[in-house]
Design a protein around this ligand. Structure first.
Ligand SMILES: Cc1ncc(COP(=O)(O)O)c(C=O)c1O
Length: 428
């Protein structure tokens, strides 16, 4: 039995099988873009710990900031102010879209989504919430109520939060109305407008929550016109527009937030994953106009805004700024996209390559165009054997997420693309 197998077996004795891990691999250490298994084998980690490690594993500046904070103060428990925590909020609002200038810190993406939904209901006094089919917003009961990337996340948890509705997400490669993109004429928006006449009046809707670039549901960027018109519709009716940028935020797409690519600002933004390079931290960010109406005690937390996580967050943002990573990621993302499209042009098993920056999805299809999760998994297994960790997403698990750390070098990108290309060609 290998050392990994032994760790996996021990894990099987103490972890519920509900906790599904991607690979039966135990790692001992991580540095930058690489992890080392307990057997001593090195892998290029292009999963970035589920799109969290934008600066790679154990970035020295982040570790140093966290260590220094740990030596002074680890926990405030929502009792005291801490300069570090205030600094983290100030730093965060310096990179969020204009007007989003107040923060509520929590620990995980799902918690931030809960906070955003509560804030929207609180300030509007309305009940209805609309989310978009295929979206993923987390596992807690409120978050899972707006999550429809897979019925597996909702199975046996019904009934969920009442007054939550779903309308189609504009996934152009798999159009919910079977239209070609050029002929669609914004049918998803028509559907939504019709929904607001037939199912729930807009004045009863507190919020619409959407991932501007869908993550778990298949790495699908929304068309810009759709988000612009959604913004207009929400403003018109006093509906709070929530952008869930837990996965697409903090530089992943080559802008701090995908909202900035689209030049569309939400009323409420959820942030987590990349915010603190692996230390647990998340945030609800909104304008003072909303946040100041969320009265004292209306929401709270014991661990949210942990000073060590906040120190890591301040360092994370500083490194992204000082190293000019965002323009680098925008440029490198375009190159990667075209190189992946070149592989797709040779290999019909890839039906679509899409995304921004280092949030790129590669969709595997069979010869009828249907999702091909088995082909996708064979390529992922090939990559793992050859020292490259990639993970999948999508309801049929047929989309590879290409999400390297933002600090990845050109040489490591070349190496990963070469392994991935060999994996795809090996299917023939
Ligand atoms: C868009 C989005 N929202 C929310 C979540 C939930 O985050 P967490 O797993 O930290 O609760 C995720 C996690 O993948 C996500 O991608």
């Amino acid at each position: 039995m290998t050392k990994s197998e032994s760790v996996v077996r021990r894990g099987g004795n103490v972890f519920t099988p509900a906790l599904h891990l991607y690979y039966p691999l135990a790692i001992a250490a991580g540095r930058g873009v690489r992890v080392e298994s307990v057997e001593g084998k090195t892998y290029l980690d292009f999963s970035s710990g589920l799109a969290v490690l934008n600066l790679g594993h154990n970035h020295l500046r982040v570790i140093e900031a966290a260590r220094a904070q740990m030596e002074n103060l680890v926990h405030t428990g929502g009792i005291y102010y801490s300069d570090t925590v205030v600094k983290a909020a100030e730093k965060l609002v310096s990179v969020t879209p204009a007007g989003l200038d107040m923060v509520f810190f929590s620990n995980s993406g799902a918690e931030a989504v809960e906070g955003a939904l509560k804030l929207a209901r609180y300030v509007t006094g309305r009940q209805g919430i609309i989310s978009f089919t295929g979206g993923f917003h987390g596992r807690t009961l409120g978050a899972v109520s707006v999550t429809t990337s897979s019925a597996r996340y909702r199975k046996r948890y019904l009934p969920l939060l009442p007054s939550v509705y779903q309308v189609p997400y504009p996934s152009c490669f798999r159009c919910p109305f079977q239209q070609a993109q050029s002929r669609c004429d914004q049918l998803c928006l028509d559907y939504l407008r019709d929904f607001l006449e037939r199912v729930i009046y807009p004045e009863e809707v507190a919020a619409m929550i959407i991932e501007p670039v869908m993550g778990e549901g298949g790495y699908v960027p929304a068309p810009p016109d759709f988000l612009r018109e959604l913004r207009t519709l929400c403003t018109q009716h006093g509906i709070q527009l929530i952008f869930d940028e837990v996965q697409s935020g903090m530089g992943r797409t080559g802008q701090w937030f995908a909202a900035q690519h689209y030049e569309v600002s939400p009323d409420i933004l959820t942030v987590a994953k990349g915010i603190a390079s692996g230390f647990p931290l998340s945030a609800v960010v909104a304008g003072k106009n909303l946040m100041s109406r969320w009265e004292p005690g209306a929401h709270g937390t014991t661990f949210g805004g942990n000073p060590v996580s906040c120190a890591a967050s301040v360092a994370t943002i500083a490194v992204i700024e000082e190293e000019g990573l965002l323009p680098k990621v925008r440029a490198a993302g375009k190159t990667v996209l075209s190189r992946l499209r070149a592989i797709a042009a040779e290999c019909p098993v890839i039906g679509d390559v899409r995304g921004f920056g280092f949030m790129i999805g590669i969709e595997f299809v069979d010869n009828t165009g249907a999702p091909d999760g088995a082909a996708c998994q064979r390529v992922l297994d090939f990559c793992l054997q050859n020292g490259l960790v990639l993970i999948e997403c999508g309801p049929k698990r047929n989309v590879v997420r290409f999400v390297p750390p933002l600090i990845v070098s050109d040489t490591d990108l070349d190496c990963a693309l070469s392994i991935f290309g060999d994996g795809v060609r090996s299917l023939r």
